[in-house]
Ligand binder design. Structure first.
Ligand SMILES: Cc1cc2nc3c(=O)[nH]c(=O)nc-3n(C[C@H](O)[C@H](O)[C@H](O)COP(=O)(O)O)c2cc1C
Length: 426
C-alpha cells in the first residue's frame, strides 16, 4: 500500500490503525493469487479510513443485516473522535469495500459480466480467509445490489457516498466489516502454500478415475463468503456424460476464435514470452496456454493466433481445428465438474458468493492433488450453454465448467500484478 499515492497522506488515526493495514497487505498478497478470466485480475479493495466512508460502509453492512445503525457506525469518528475503542485502535471494527475495476474487466461478451463478478468473489474468499487467519474475522457483509432506478443513473447511492478519493473506474460490490478476534494463526502458511500451488493446468490428465470419496470431499459445505452460496456442484464421471461434454466442445469450442471482438480481447492478454508476462503482471504467456514449447513452435503459434491471421484462417475452418484439439484433451479427462446457480438469472450477491465457492473448491482440489482446467467457451454463448445444460440435465444457470483430474505435467504459475496496486486507503 505504500505505493498508493493516498497512503503517503495518512492521518494520525490511520497510523494507529496500522495493525490492520499490515494484515490487509499480507492478505492481499495471498488473495492476488486467485484465478480470474484471462488472468485479468479485475478486483480492487478499498480500506475506508475517512469517517464518511467508514460510516457509509458500516451502514451498508447494517442494512444488509436488516437492522438499524450499529454502535460501531455511531462511534465512527463522525463525532470528531478517531473512532477507536481500544487504546491502540486495534479492537474496533475495520471495513473493506470490494470493487470491480472497470479498467481491468473483460467486456467483449455479455457472459463476461458474470465471470468478472465470479473472479472478484474468488478473490474476496481468499482475502477474507487470510484476514481471519491473521486475526481479523468477518463480522458482516453488505452487498451493493443495484436498487430500482440506480442502474439507469449509473451509480448506486452507496457508490455516491464513497466520496472523491474513491477510484473513478471502481464499481463497489460489497462492504465487509471485520473484527479483531485474536492473534495470527500458523495455518496462514498452509493457506499461502495452497494459494501458490493452485494453478490452471491445461495439460493432459491421468485417465484413471478419481476416487468417489475425494470427489465427495470437494463438495462438502464451504465457509466464509462461500457459506450459503446456492451452488449445485455436479461431477460428470460417466463415459456417456463426458462424451456429451466432449461433443459440445468439439462442435462449439471454436466460438471464441471465430468471434472477432472476443478473440481480439483474448489476444490482448497473450504475452509474447515469460519476460513480457512478468513485466505486465497479468494475462498469460503462450507456455501457460499450451505448455512448454520450442522457439519455432512459439513463433508459429503467435502468427496463427494473431487476430488478423485468425480472421483469414477462420474461412478455412481453423477455429474448428482448434475446437477439435481442445476436445481431444477434454475427452479422456476422468471428471468434468459443473457448477450451477439455482437461479437462472442470479443477482450480484449470488454471483460473488458463487465465485467464493469456486475458489474454495479449487483450493480443496489443489490440496487433494487435483488440477482444474476450465472450459468456459461452452458457457459464454447462451445457445451453447442451453444445449449443454439440456443434454446433461444441469439445473439453473451453469456458471463454471472445468476438466478435473491428476495432471501428467506441471504447469508454470502465471504472473500477477503487485498485490498492493489493488488496495487503496480511502
Ligand atoms: C471464471 C473463470 C473462467 C475461466 N475460464 C477459463 C477458460 O475458459 N479457459 C482457460 O484455459 N482458463 C480459464 N480460466 C482460468 C484463468 O485463465 C486463470 O485463472 C488465470 O489465467 C490465472 O492463472 P492461474 O489460475 O494459473 O493462476 C478461468 C478462470 C475463471 C476464474
Amino acid at each position: 500500500m505504500t505505493s498508493s499515492p493516498t497512503s503517503t497522506h495518512r492521518t494520525p488515526s490511520a497510523e494507529r490503525r496500522s495493525p490492520f493495514e499490515a494484515a490487509l497487505r499480507e492478505a492481499a498478497d495471498i488473495a492476488a493469487l486467485s484465478p480470474s478470466s484471462h488472468n485479468c485480475q479485475p478486483w480492487g479493495v478499498a480500506w475506508p479510513v475517512s469517517s464518511g466512508v467508514r460510516q457509509a460502509a458500516a451502514r451498508r453492512v447494517d442494512e444488509a443485516r436488516g437492522g438499524g445503525t450499529s454502535a460501531e457506525s455511531i462511534s465512527d469518528g463522525s463525532d470528531g473522535s478517531d473512532g477507536s475503542d481500544g487504546c491502540d485502535g486495534s479492537s474496533r471494527s475495520e471495513y473493506v469495500v470490494l470493487a470491480l475495476d472497470r479498467e481491468r474487466e473483460l467486456t467483449s461478451l455479455p457472459a463476461h459480466a458474470v465471470e468478472m463478478q465470479l473472479s472478484c468473489g474468488a478473490y474476496l474468499q481468499i482475502l477474507l480467509r487470510s484476514l481471519a487467519l491473521l486475526g481479523w474475522s468477518t463480522d458482516g457483509i453488505g452487498f451493493v445490489e443495484p436498487r430500482p432506478g440506480e442502474q439507469e443513473r449509473g451509480r448506486s447511492d452507496f457508490h455516491r457516498r464513497l466520496g472523491d478519493t474513491w477510484p473513478a473506474s471502481w464499481s463497489p460490490l460489497c462492504a465487509v466489516r471485520l473484527r479483531r478476534t485474536g492473534p495470527p494463526s500458523g495455518a496462514l502458511a498452509e493457506l499461502r502454500r495452497t494459494a501458490r500451488a493452485r494453478v490452471t493446468n491445461r495439460a493432459p490428465y491421468r485417465t484413471e478415475a478419481v476416487e468417489p470419496a475425494v470427489l465427495a470431499g470437494l463438495r462438502a459445505p464451504s465457509a466464509g463468503v462461500a457459506e450459503g452460496a446456492e451452488v449445485t456442484v455436479r461431477h460428470l464421471v460417466a463415459d456417456s456424460e463426458r462424451a456429451v461434454f466432449a461433443d459440445v466442445v468439439a462442435r462449439h469450442g471454436g466460438r471464441d476464435f471465430s468471434h472477432r471482438q472476443a478473440w481480439r480481447e483474448t489476444h490482448s492478454f497473450l504475452r509474447r514470452n515469460e519476460a513480457e508476462a512478468a513485466a505486465q503482471g497479468d494475462g498469460f504467456a503462450l507456455s501457460q496456454l499450451f505448455g512448454p514449447m520450442s522457439g519455432p513452435r512459439r513463433l508459429a503459434l503467435r502468427t496463427a493466433l494473431a487476430p488478423t491471421t485468425m480472421r483469414v484462417l477462420r474461412y478455412a475452418g481453423y477455429h474448428r481445428v482448434l475446437a477439435r484439439q481442445l476436445a481431444r484433451v477434454v475427452r479422456p479427462t476422468p471428471v468434468v465438474v459443473a457448477m450451477s446457480f439455482a437461479d437462472s438469472v442470479p443477482g450480484l450477491e449470488a454471483t460473488v458468493r458463487g465465485g467464493a465457492h469456486l475458489a474454495e473448491y479449487w483450493m480443496r482440489a489443489t490440496d487433494a492433488g487435483l488440477a482444474l482446467h476450465p472450459v468456459s467457451v461452452v458457457l459464454q454463448h447462451d445457445d451453447v450453454r442451453t444445449e449443454l445444460q439440456d443434454r446433461l440435465g444441469l439445473p439453473g444457470r451453469t456458471f463454471f465448467v472445468s476438466r478435473l483430474g491428476r495432471s501428467l505435467t506441471e504447469f508454470p504459475p502465471s504472473r500477477r500484478r503487485i498485490a498492493s496496486s489493488a488496495v487503496r486507503p480511502i
